[in-house]
Design a protein around this ligand. Structure first.
Ligand SMILES: [Zn+2]
Length: 134
């Protein structure tokens, strides 16, 4: 009997399951390779779905920020020059911070809405809303 009581006490003192719900959203990293003078991103579609963003919008942003022509080829994204993964990752991070992650709660549960000529980012997790600089 005494033994059981001890066990019971032990279990009660174990830490509760860690709560991961407050975990920071991890911005996906690019995967790809160089092909001649081109840079091929093989996981562009995956990045788009993880960010839950509009692929065309992200593509336009990247082409402008990287000052490189490029196109989507199936599930891949092709840039017309050599780019380092670190450089592309930093632009995706900028994009996520500007258009995907809520500035209040840090969650990626945002949608972009348009009111008149202004675009807003609205967070479905906490309800925050910000005008977007496009
Ligand atoms: Zn939020």
């Amino acid at each position: 009997m005494e033994y059981e009581v001890m066990l019971d006490k032990l279990y009660k003192e174990l830490p509760k399951d860690l709560d991961f719900s407050g975990e920071r959203f991890e911005i996906p990293k690019v995967r790809g390779h160089l092909q001649g003078n081109k840079t091929i991103l093989s996981n562009f579609n995956q990045i788009v779905s993880l960010l839950g963003c509009d692929g065309q919008h992200l593509l336009k942003y990247l082409l402008r920020e990287l000052a490189t022509p490029g196109k989507i080829d199936g599930s891949r994204l092709e840039f017309a020059r050599k780019l380092s993964a670190t450089f592309i990752n930093s632009k995706i991070e900028q994009y996520a911070n500007a258009y995907v992650l809520c500035k209040t709660c840090g969650k990626p549960d945002t949608t972009i809405i348009k009111k008149e000529s202004v675009s807003y980012m609205k967070c479905t997790a906490c309800g925050a809303q910000y005008p977007l600089k496009v």
